[in-house]
Design a protein around this ligand. Structure first.
Ligand code: PLP
Length: 396
């Protein structure tokens, strides 16, 4: 008998992937130029030049063993030192290399952190709208996802809703800011409110409650300030990834940083190492560990995302759509002009526009559009977005 739980997860459809596959089929039928695929969050800008140069240099100068051999399970000491230095230089949190665990991107950082913290039946709070994979990761750790909606006015924290959701079984909350799918950045006020509520709950239940800060979009901001959670709350694990900041999603490289001020920090870090080991996530890709050691503070040129954001946001507003103005990431979250977002997204397919209804992100009545695509493609899609909303209005 196979593991039915895993088989179910394998069969469960991902709406985003389905739309993406549909787009590939459509491209082969009607031509690539007639399909406007806004479904996936695959970075469209080049990695920074520094990354390109460092990679070439590493290949020319380092021995094959150094480049491709195993490192320590938790990552090479020199790499963890460089990551810790970079964090301390920017946020002054006194982190050490022994608080860092190198991983295969944010997805691995999350599965490892959740398995490290959760026991069977623990509850993990996720803020809707959320990245749909959170539910899979939480269930894999044998914990229970508990959904809390953010305020629909400004996508900041709804303090009452969060307070109501916490129980004696609450083990952690995942915070994702800048957010996929809304592009919202949780401001300092929201972060302070969350921390205060969690501190009260920790005292009430006499149990640590952790913040898991999922931060693949930290560097992708258009002027907003993203508070560093460790500076506000001790029981914090930061799940970072270079997928988006360096435009390297296929290389699978990131890290977990355990706050040095976490209660029983050594046990938490040991549990992270144990979870990484038990999931087979030891020794993140060596070549890219070496690369990030030399490029810890590099960031891809996000000016192109900003140009895309301004173009699509302004145009959609002009046509009568109601998008949330994103402060970060590369997603636009838009109120569906029809009550049923799914039916609206189906209608969009007729125009070759592929967008994702919000139901799988835990809220109804919106669609998500990834604007990490070519600027020209966005320009050519605009008349179609205009026709689409005009068609929708006819049926009102
Ligand atoms: N968390 C969020 C919010 C994401 O949007 C993604 C990927 O799109 C991930 C985690 C996973 O990132 P990675 O590719 O680094 O595993």
């Amino acid at each position: 008998m196979i593991n039915e739980r895993m088989a179910e997860l394998g069969k469960e459809r991902s709406v985003i992937r389905e739309i993406f596959e549909y787009g590939n089929k459509l491209k082969s039928e009607i031509g690539e130029d007639k399909v406007f695929d806004f479904s996936l969050g695959n970075p469209s800008i080049k990695p920074p030049q520094e990354v390109q140069k460092t990679l070439e240099n590493l290949i020319k100068t380092e021995s094959p063993i150094a480049l491709h051999g195993y490192t320590s399970a938790q990552g090479a000491a020199s790499v963890r030192m460089a990551v810790a230095d970079s964090i301390n230089n920017r946020f002054a949190v006194g982190i050490t290399p022994d608080d860092i665990y190198m991983t295969c991107g944010a997805a691995a950082s999350l599965t490892i952190s959740l398995s490290a913290l959760c026991n069977d039946g623990d509850e993990v709070i996720i803020l809707a709208p959320y990245f749909p994979e959170y539910k899979v990761f939480i269930k894999n750790a044998r914990a229970i996802p508990v959904e809390v909606k953010v305020s629909s006015n400004d996508f900041q924290i709804d303090a009452d809703a969060l307070e109501r959701a916490i129980t004696e079984k609450t083990k952690a909350i995942i915070i994702n800011s800048p957010n996929n799918p809304s592009g919202a950045v949780l401001n300092e006020n929201s972060i302070k409110t969350i921390c205060k509520i969690l501190l009260n709950a920790q005292n009430k239940y006499n149990n640590p409650i952790y913040i898991i800060a999922d931060e693949p979009y930290r560097e992708l901001v258009y002027g907003a300030k993203v508070p560093y959670i460790m500076n506000h709350y001790d029981n914090t694990l930061v799940c970072y990834s270079y997928s988006k900041s360096l435009s390297l999603p296929g290389e699978r490289i990131g890290y977990i940083a355990v706050s040095p001020k976490s209660a029983d920090k050594n046990s938490v870090y040991a549990a992270v190492c144990g979870a990484g080991r038990s999931q087979g996530f030891v020794c993140a890709p060596s070549l890219f560990q070496k690369l990030v050691e030399r490029c810890t503070d590099a960031v891809a040129d996000i000016e192109e995302y900003k140009k895309n954001r301004d173009l699509i946001y302004n145009a959609l507003c002009e046509y009568g759509y109601e998008p949330i103005k994103p402060d970060g990431a590369f997603y636009l979250f838009v109120k569906s002009p029809e009550k049923d977002a799914k039916s609206f997204c189906d209608k969009a397919k007729k125009y070759g526009i592929l967008i994702v209804p919000s139901d799988s992100f835990g809220v109804e009545g919106y669609f998500r559009l990834s604007y990490c695509v070519d600027y020209g493609k966005i320009e050519r899609s605009l008349p179609l977005f205009k026709k689409l909303i005009e068609e929708s209005k006819q049926y009102e």
